[in-house]
Design a protein. Sequence first.
Lengths: 502, 671
Amino acid sequence: MQDTQTTESPSIPSRSSTSTQDRSSTVGQTLSSAPQPSKPTPIIPPLAKSTGPGSGSGVRRMRRIIAEDAEWSLAIVPLLTELCIQHIVKNFQNNPILKQLLPEHQKKVLNHLSPDLPLAVTANLIDDESYWRRCCTQRWPVCHVDNHGGSWKRMFFELHLENLLKHFIPNTTDPAVILNLLPLCRNYVRAIRVDQFLPPVQLPAPPRGGDQSDSGSEGEMEEPAMDHYQLDNLVAGLSHLEELDLVYGVKDCGMNFEWNLFLFTYRDCHSLAATVKACHTLKIFRLTRSKVDDDKARILIRSLLDHPALEELDLSHNLIGDRGARAAAKLLSHSRLRVLNLANNQVRAPGAHSLAHALGHNSNLISLNLRLNCIEDEGGQALAHALHTNKCLTTLHLGGNELSEPTATLLSQVLTINTTLTSINLSCNHIGLDGGKQLLEGMSDNKTLLEFDLRLSDIAQESEYLIGQALCANREAARQRALNPSHFMSPVTVKGPENPAG
Amino acid sequence: MNPPGSLGVLEEKEEEHLAPPILGPSIHSDNPQERIQARRLRIAARLEARRREALGEYLDGKKESEEDQSKSYKQKEESRLKLAKLLLCGTELVTNIQVAADIREIHRRVEEEEIKRQRLEKLENEVKTSQDKFDEITVKWEEGKQRRIPQELWEMLNAQQVHCAGLIEDKNKLISELQQELKMKDDQYVKDLKKQSDDICLLLERMEEQVKNVMKTFRQELQNIEKAFEVERQELLTSNKKKWERALQAHNAKEILEQQLQQMKATYQLNQEKLEYNFQVLKKRDEESTVIKSQQKRKINRLHDVLNNLRSKYNKQVKQFQEENQSLTSDYKRLVLQFKELQKAMRHFALIDDKRFREIWLMNEEEAKDLINRAFDVDRIISTHHLGLPWMAPDFWFLKNVGPISQQQQKSATQILEEVLMEAEKEGADEDSSESETYLDLPKQVSARTTRKILMLLCDESGFLIESKLLSLLLPLEKNECYLLRLDAVFSALGIENEDDLYKLVNFFLKYQTHHSPSSQEPLDLRAEKERSLVDGKSQEKEPPPSPKLIHPNDVLKILEAFVMSLRKPRDFWVPVKLLKAVRDDSKDSEYWEALTTVIPATTLNLWDALYTALEKYHLVLTQRAELLIENSSLERQNTELQQLLQQYLDTKINSELQVPPTQVFRVPTK
């Protein structure tokens, strides 16, 4: 079963990044071709060489001197050290000798080691980045090492673990597969990003009609059987875990779609809440596209109250309503949360009221995203009032919230007072012509706002243009400010508000 | 909305990624030329990259510092703005899709809500109507139970059936409507999916386009910037070249001047160095002098201390010396007294010594005379007895002398003057007698008259040496006496004390005359006179000497001065002479005694010697004869003795007892 799943796996990244495929593949080739010239032909017979160097080696035999190869030697009989190294490399799996060697010999050995060695041997023994780089590039065609803190080893283990989790089927796959990996990867994994949790397989696939699958009531009845993999053991074992990015859903289900494939059960929710509560190093917690409703959100958020490290909470694309929003507001005042994302939920005016209340006294939150909710003017006004007192928030996304002129009026007042906000998004609202004018007035007194998105919000083109001009001036001023105190700070300060928006 | 900083990085990365595939020739190629070419290209690319990097860094640095509107800066700023705008627009373009999707979603939601509401309303209406209908039907069922007539019942049942069918139809209609709706929804879902995929495709397309666009524009802008820089560089180069040319022309024209300037500079340098050196030296000296100054100050202080000490010491010593002086004066007084006593004693002793000397002298003389008399006796005996010559007793002056030779006392100048003057007085009466007397005193060549003349002259000319009081006293006196006193005063002033000095003075006058007169008209007369004097000898003296005329009165003072000057030197030693006046002259004594020893002349001595040797020889012959006589007599006596002994031996018996008697032995040689 696992084999069939793994056959799918290469197609997943390839589909997700078809656009960048050709470019990244060239990059991958250049990257993968880089270590190949350093592989000495006289010492090791080509283990995993592609066709390119294979043809090159034929050429090499004809040449007397190969200037590109740093290890090329004129000596016909290889040195004893070379032979020893060769032997060590050959028997590394049974007898790993590395730390006892001299640094240059270590380097040679590492250069010649096969990436296919079992992790049990290599995981805690080899720290060399170039080896793990080879492992990564061999396994995955696209490697964004920047997403893993610039460490190839971390990337390897994170991706490996992610892969295992993605294809773990409860009650079918042996949990030992993951738990055996735990001692090997516990020091290196800092982030778990899983966008798929497979449900347990029902062996006697019920040949019932499609009407059953349509209704959500069916899923609730079978809920106990639909629990996903419980992360608690794994997360408890990872000592440096900082990021947890989960999506309870199935990708590429195709025509086998069933609603209960996308169930985030209460048991899942409770277990996840306990897991998150136990993990004191967690900084970022994302649970998106998982049908989290008010109750589940409350369960989760309750467990997150007074969490020592949590900085970012992302519950976007769920079904959270006002009660969930109230819980989130409570979390704001009981944690050090810096980023809160509730985009595409069902928060309405009461939820926005409670959030605004929390925001008025908060001094941690930097970014608040309420895109695609329905807080309407009432909530918008409440938030605007809260911004009168708040001195911390820099990014506010209120796109698609049915806001109109009254909110704009209040926001324009906020703009004249507030000096921390750098980015506001009011796109897809009904601000109207007068609201646009008022916002323009407010904008004329503001010197800090860098981004103000007013697309498709029914304001006059003239005011939009003028606001754009003001923003340009502000941006130029910010650039000058960033240049003068320290030249290298500029990308960070400007980049800051970028992340939560995207 | 990417920041410009990150874009730069991105763009650089792009370039790096794109660079390798451009390489035409491969380093794995078979052709060595191609390989070399490839390596060259690679090196060039690396250099280019490095250069660009350096340039970029340079630009970054420049951006901050250089605010003046250079062309490149303008271009850069322009590009930056353009790119920022491009990025902004591009991001907006990309995000537009999202925003559009959002608004569509919102609209959908609104519509959905509306439809939902309508549907609910409709359903409620439907429920109501169907409920009504159902109620109606159920009521009719009740009615039907009361019906007894089958036709009626049937009718009613039919009607019920129709009603039920209508109800069911209504429901079915509703269901079909809903199903229709569902189908439509499904269709819409599919459409939405399609739309979404289209959107995503569009998004991707736009993103890609954006990336391409951005890359293109970045490259273009980079090229523009580089071009601008190139142009600026070219301009700079040309302007610099022009400047250079101008400078070179000026240089050619000014070469000579420059050379001069160079020389001047060199000299200036030299001077500067010298001055610097001097300055350094002066500084050093200044330092030294400050050091010395401080030292001197210290020394001054020290010396002040010493001075104070010395002053106190000096005062002490002054006191001491005063005391000493007092004591010494007292000593001196004492000593003077002692000395006077000593002088007294000395005079006393001198008298005694004279007396004793005289006694001793007399004794010795007596003894010597006895000896001389004996010698004369011996000589008389020798000459008369042995040689048979008549002997004459020799007559010597010293034989008559009895007592120590007493010389005449030296006369003082005044005495001589007296004499001279007296002589001059007597002159007229008897010249010869006086002359013979005075000649003993005066030097032979100077006559008394000359002397007198000179002295008179001296007396007249050097009146200033005489005290005025004396002159007044002298007035009533006689002419001679007056002269005498005046001369006496003059001599005392000149320091002339005795005879010798006087003669010296006279001689000096005469010598001066001889030496200095040739310059005047008189020398001829002088010389003539001298010649005459030489010829005539003594007679010349008698003639009146021309000396008074010879010496001009004006010269007298000069002569006197010269004389005094010459006299002064030896005079210093003469100071003690006065005290030793009493010392007698013993020069004649030795002569006297010597003369006494040579009473017997050398010839007689020689005669005596010869006589002595002859007598000696004679005595020797006589003694030899006497010795020989004695020897002869002794030999004769021995001979007799020996003859006696021989006789004795021959007569003894032993001779006969011997085998060979000596007699026989004696005989053998006799045989």
